[in-house]
Every structure is written in C-alpha cells, then in structure tokens.
Design a protein around this ligand. Sequence first.
Ligand code: ZN
Length: 373
Amino acid sequence: MISRAEVDKLLSVRAGWPLVLSLYLWVPLDPAARRGLPARTDELFALAARDGPGLPALVRVRAGDRRAVRGLLAAHARDWLGHTVAIFTCGQAGLAEAVPLPCRLQERAVLATRPHVRPLLLAIQRCPAYRAAVVDRRHAWLFQVTGEHIESTALPPAPGLRSHGFSGWYGLQAYRVNERIIQLTRHHYHDTAALLERAARATGPQPLIIGGHENSIAPFLAVLPAGLRDDFAGSFVADPHTLTPAKVRDLASHVIRDWLSQRDQRLLTQFLQQPPDGLTVAGLSACLAAASQHAIKLLLVPAGGLIPGYTCQRCGALSSTGNGCPHAAAQLAVPDLLEELAVTTLSDGGQVETLHDPPGRVCARLRYPLAPA
Ligand SMILES: [Zn+2]
C-alpha cells in the first residue's frame, strides 16, 4: 500500500537527465489480455519519448529500463492481477521499484528527472486506508482496511447481567437493573473508543466507519473523543453477528465512496467561497507564478492529462513557454507542469488534492500574495 512516506522517498531520487521512467500499467485478470502486456508497455514507452526545445537530444526509454520492466512483469504480474501497478526504473540512479496500487488509474509512461508521482497522490486520496468499528451493547470488532488487506480484532464481550436475574423483577428493581445495563454498555463503548484511540495514535488519523444496529451507532458515536469524531466518515446498519470481514469491507466501501465525494465537494465549495483577498488563483499561468514564488498552500489539480512545459535549472521558475525567467540557456523541458506544481507544493509544505474538474483546470490557495512579476 502506497503512503506519503513512500512518495517522499521516491521524490528523493534525482537524475541529471530525464532518464527516470515512471510506468502506470493496468494488469488485466484475463490471461489472454495479459499476453498483450509487452505490446501495451511498448505503446506507452513510445508515447513517453520526446524531443525539441529544452532537450539537447531525443529522450526515450533506454534498453536497460525496458528489460527491467519486462523482468518485473514476468516475475510479478500474477501478484498484480486486477491492479494498476506503478513501476519506476532508472539504471543510472539504481532504481527499480514496483508498487501495486489499490485503485485503477489511467495508464501512462513518463520520462523525467525524477519519478512521476501525481497518480500515486491520487491513489492515496481515492483509496485511503480506514478503520471500521462494529459495535453492539456487549461486543465490538475493529477492522483495519488497507487496500485489499483487512485485519480484524474482536474485543472480549463486556460483562452482562445474568438473564435469570431479570425474571419477576418489577418497579424500582427493574429500573435499577435497566440503569445497570445502561452503565455497563457505556463502559463497553468507552473501552472500545479507547482501543480505537490507541490504534489512531499508532497509524495517524484515518477515516472511521461505524457499523451495527441503529440503536448502537448513535450512543457509541456520542462517547467518541473529539479527535476520533473528526475522523468519523459515516456508518452502516447491519446485524453485527452476521458480518464477515469481507462483508464489512463491502458495506464500508460504499460509506467511504460517499465520504470522498462529499469531501471533494466541500473542498471545491470552500475554494469557491474564498473572499477576494488576492490569495486565490486559478489557471495554469497564475499557478505556475505562485509555485515559482513558493506561495502555494493548497493546490487543486485534475486527475488526467499531462501539460508539457519548462523548468529553469538555475532558479526553478516554471513556465509553459520557457521564458518564465531571464535564464534562457537553463530551461529544461518537462513532461508535465501539473506534476511540477504538485511536487513544488509538497516540498514547500503545502497540500495537493486531486479534483474531477478544478476551476481553471488547476487552481490554488496561497499563503501570501504574489510579488508583481
Ligand atoms: Zn531561471
């Protein structure tokens, strides 16, 4: 499962020349379709080749990297069935890594001076690891879902009152018994919340989903500490004793899908409702100027498409024309300005989010107003 730490590790790889190959490839389940993988990779390699201003010679996938990709596919394609795999190779930088991804992404091959990570950021955003807690008055099961992997823990049942104690009790005694049951249930919810909190401390915040009978979800939610309540992504109603881990993941996946789409909508609405304070920019040129000044706090990029352009190897200025700064001789052609924007934003400590259709195709919220050009 890909994480931000792994993205950062990949971004530390640098080559002096656009020799780092990033390949995003769908590995089909169907054996007949799988036989077409070598031809498909060749097609993608051909699309990655580029030439022209800002490049002293033709950039194309080298024979050693083709062999490395073939070798990885021959050895591991069976482990990646039904997945998009990201493969990064560069003989010069000693890089040969493959990362199976939890969601299906657009196929592409890119040659650049470092790994192309925009699709990885999208995978982290679209298929997050999450936790699910299934509770009833005496039982609780915790699930950690990470891509295909699901890990479950059953808590020991909370103490209950012996059932024969109920018979023939009336009035005040019945009331006391009822109070005692409520108290025990509350303790059980608190204990479960404490375990969830411990898990959250170990992994960092993750979306939390609660499942169970309708009359257990609300009281359990009410005892969650503030941090966990912020992680709450939604709930599903089911009889806990009929659930299997696979069923939990299936029910939770619908909740996560809705939560992600609401999150996207919220990001967009917040962006559109920003006051006209000069700290909101939309469109490629404005975002390039903002990134060149290390001013981006939040960048909203689309999922698809590569926008070729230039980066200055002396001052780091980004432009679509190669004249974004006075250093005409230091312009390097880059395959994707959206990737440059994303990586610059991340290395400046900003946040990058992928939206279906961000305003101006790409837009940003800034930390400070831009200095005039
Ligand atoms: Zn420059």
